[in-house]
Design a protein around this ligand. Structure first.
Ligand code: PEP
Ligand code: MN
Length: 346
């Protein structure tokens, strides 16, 4: 159930609602919208009718059920959509966010060259994996702690917040210290103990869709994080596994408008893992923005032919700058903006 409060309620009135909700054995999550405050009540469905009594308070507009299995992620609790702050960057709203960088941090030189390249191209966040989930235990597993520090330093040098994948809940303190946004990879999309743990911090989380998760399951994964108290979740469509083998995954662009309807959480698209093919990255990035994505995350390597992972789907820095030029035009066409000047672009 959600309790929608009238505009201009006082802190005291919000506190009264929270207290009443908690007395009925529900957990109250305060969701501050632009115009209205909503108190989402999470708990047993059985006693829900009792929450209806809150409608008698003069400053409560409505008490309504959220009929979906996900509650805090549901669009109804924040119809205008959420905006999530990562460092100084805001994800959601009219502005599009571009996250770019190598699949994996490989060396100081490599990550710095990538950072400078994506910054010049106009990226807003630097990505890079330090702990890599690889199919083979014999493949490069990432530079781990050292990689995390190299990524952090490279981000600082070019003034970009950094996003990087966490696999093990035990590493959370290390990640909170060195990263601005924590990525949950497709392979951990339903690792519920990791999700719960990420719900107990405030750092923003980039939650990727699992390769075989339905959209409802994807949003339920987000619900795990939200229900523990961390409202800072950004979703990422990165392709799903189908019978098709011409692409690494099947990039589910239709997920973008559907998720937008179902949830207030921002959603970005990953055309790199979505296709696995460099030649398909730009077309799919354009399509994702046209479909309503709040941004993209794309793999960029200073020398893709020498990359230790995902070279075949990585753009070089010139290709990235070219992609940004294309995306600015698509953004314009769908009434969105990409802020931050790219090199040579006013
Ligand atoms: C990655 O971002 O490098 C990655 C491993 O992505 P995914 O979890 O989507 O496969
Ligand atoms: Mn990758």
């Amino acid at each position: 159930m959600i309790v929608v409060l009238k505009p201009h309620v006082t802190e005291e009135q919000i506190a009264t609602v929270v207290k009443m909700v908690e007395e009925l054995d529900y957990r109250a999550h305060i969701i501050q919208g632009v115009e209205r405050t909503v108190v989402a009540c999470v708990g047993e469905e059985r006693g829900e009718h009792q929450l209806g009594h809150l409608e008698s308070l003069t400053y409560v507009e409505r008490v309504m059920p959220v009929l979906r299995s996900f509650k805090l992620a549901a669009r109804e609790v924040r119809p205008e959509g959420s905006r999530i702050k990562v460092g100084g960057v805001e994800i959601g709203g009219k502005r599009l966010t571009v996250m770019a960088g190598p699949c994996a941090v490989e060396s100081k030189e490599q990550v710095e060259a990538a950072a400078v390249g994506v910054k010049q191209g106009g990226a807003h966040l630097l990505r890079g994996g330090a702990f890599k989930p690889r199919t083979s235990p014999y493949a490069f597993q990432g530079m781990e702690d050292e990689g995390l520090r190299l990524l952090e330093d490279a981000g600082k040098k070019v003034h970009l917040p950094v996003v990087t994948e966490i696999m093990d809940p035990h590493d959370i303190d290390l990640f909170v210290e060195h990263a601005d946004m924590l990525q949950v990879g497709a392979r951990n999309a339903q690792n519920f103990s990791l999700l719960r743990r990420l719900g107990r911090i405030k750092k923003p989380v980039l939650l990727k869709r699992g390769m075989s998760t339905k959209l409802e399951e994807f949003l339920m994964a987000a619900e795990y994080i939200l229900s523990e108290g961390n409202p800072n979740v950004v979703l990422c469509e990165r392709g799903i596994r189908t019978f098709e083998t011409a692409t690494r995954n099947t990039f589910d662009i239709s997920a973008i408008p559907v998720v937008k309807k179902l949830s207030h959480l921002p959603i970005v698209a990953d055309p790199s893992h979505g296709t696995g093919r460099r030649d398909a990255v730009a077309p799919m990035a354009r399509a994702a923005i046209a479909a309503g994505a709040d941004g993209i995350i794309v793999e960029v390597h200073p020398h893709p032919d020498r990359a230790l992972s995902d070279g075949a789907q990585s753009l070089n820095t010139e290709q990235f700058a070219d992609l940004m030029r294309q995306l600015r035009r698509v953004a314009d066409a769908v009434d969105r903006q990409i802020t931050g000047a790219a090199a040579g672009v006013a």
